[in-house]
Design a protein around this ligand. Structure first.
Ligand code: GAL
Length: 417
């Protein structure tokens, strides 16, 4: 029995290891599915595909991206394809609940633990990130990056003009917003056409008020959704909404973020893909725009990780393996991340290639408690995220705190218990 198991493992190793072009049986192809099509996102992906093409020149790449920030459209298409048994060869998926609950527990993904062993790279990755890609001892996807969610971006010149220090918490942010509104400028840019952007703002306020430990407890059933702080956070969210641009519901996240570079608004709370975007628009970090983390008690790093895995039944499995190898490579990570505004998940990346913002993010990542993002699928399953997106967008319109609170508790009951 043991012998057969060993033999099976040996065959698997040969299969998994077969990634050189000579091993492709037919025309080597790969379909890569993501939502990196919008301003600032596409550039990173294109650069990574260039590395892939350099590493595998004969590979035919089908970049099957579907527009819409945070995968608002792509995720729906993906779910249909997965259920119908027509998976892309490899797809973008957030580490954490989104990967594990939707695709791993349902038996739709191949474990890639052996692949990491054969390529001798498992130890090269940050173990906490690998944890987000793992279930019952097996790894199911390769983390390409680490994004930070709880960042306040600001127009440096405007902040100086109004003699304001960068706010670091809700109270100082509110005070700055009051001053700016009086001065006739939009304090806080928001583009929440796709709903998740409001949830992003909410979770930033939530972790700040709860602190990292209590926030993380929400997802481990150690913190109750009846905690009185939830009401405080909702009230703060409502209060801040008085300081955002009136047309927020018509704008995408890019539209909102761009407002600070154009000097139309002073602040924007957004994940650090905003940094990648501002750079592609010609903005210089530290000169045209500044940043500060809005921290929960004791400090926290709101984590989002974009990963790629191997769905069962992928049409071009060998192409997918080639792609995964590029995603996992230092070269791939060091090309993609400085453009995308994220930091590498590999520990041996070349820090010198990253700008001052990204280096500060690396330092914080190394020392702060990680808190998984709700809006970006790491903390909670799809059902909860969808319900929260909906109720917060209703709340922005009707301002009914007790109703919103009840709906959050109901969503927790429906999807987290
Ligand atoms: C996140 C994703 C980022 C970025 C962002 C905006 O969910 O992890 O890589 O794409 O959405 O679209």
């Amino acid at each position: 029995m043991f012998k057969w198991m060993k033999l099976g493992k040996f065959c698997l190793m040969i299969l998994l290891g077969a990634c050189s072009l000579s091993s492709f049986a037919e025309v080597p192809k790969v379909e890569i599915f993501s939502w990196w099509l919008g301003g600032g996102e596409e550039e990173g992906l294109q650069a990574l595909i260039k590395v892939l093409k350099r590493q595998y020149p004969a590979l035919e790449v089908n970049n099957a991206s579907i527009a819409g920030g945070a995968g608002v459209n792509a995720k729906a298409v993906l779910q249909t394809r997965m259920v119908e048994g027509l998976p892309p060869d490899s797809f973008q998926v957030h580490g954490g609940a989104e990967l594990i609950d939707s695709y791993v527990k349902t038996g739709m993904m191949e474990p890639i633990t052996d692949l990491l062993k054969i390529w001798q790279i498992r130890e090269k990755f940050n173990p906490q990130i690998i944890e987000l890609c793992s279930y019952r001892g097996q790894v199911y996807s390769i983390p390409l990056n680490v994004h930070r969610g709880n960042v306040l971006w600001y127009n440096k010149k405007l902040l100086a003009r109004y003699k304001l220090a960068p706010p670091t918490n809700y109270e100082t942010l509110l005070r700055a917003c009051q001053v700016l509104k009086k001065a006739g400028i939009i304090p806080l840019a928001l583009g929440d056409r796709n709903k998740w952007e409001a949830t992003h703002l909410f979770e930033t306020l939530l972790v700040q008020e709860l602190g990292a430990i209590k926030y993380n407890g929400l997802w481990k059933k150690q913190t109750s959704f009846n905690d009185p702080k939830l009401r405080i956070v909702l009230e703060r969210f409502k209060k801040l909404s008085q300081y955002v641009n009136k047309n927020h519901a018509a704008l995408t996240w890019q539209d909102g973020t761009k407002m600070i570079l154009e000097g139309k608004a002073v602040f924007n709370i957004m994940g650090d893909w905003a940094e990648g975007y501002l750079k592609t628009l010609g903005g210089e970090p530290g000169k045209d725009f500044g940043w500060v983390a809005l921290l929960g008690k004791g400090g926290n790093y709101m984590i989002i990780t974009d990963t790629f895995g191997l769905p069962k039944g992928a049409l071009h499995r060998q192409g997918a393996l080639a792609w995964l190898k590029t995603v996992a490579s230092v070269e791939g990570q060091d090309i993609f991340n400085p453009i995308k505004g994220s930091i590498p998940s590999r520990l041996d990346a070349n820090r010198a290639l990253y700008d001052p913002y990204l280096r500060s993010s690396m330092d914080d990542f190394a020392k702060l408690t990680l808190t998984p993002s709700i809006a970006h699928g790491s903390a909670a399953p799809f059902g909860f995220v969808g319900a929260l997106n909906d109720l917060l967008n209703t709340y922005l319109v009707d301002g009914q705190t007790e109703v919103a609170l009840k709906s959050i508790r109901q969503a927790a009951h429906d999807y987290l218990e």
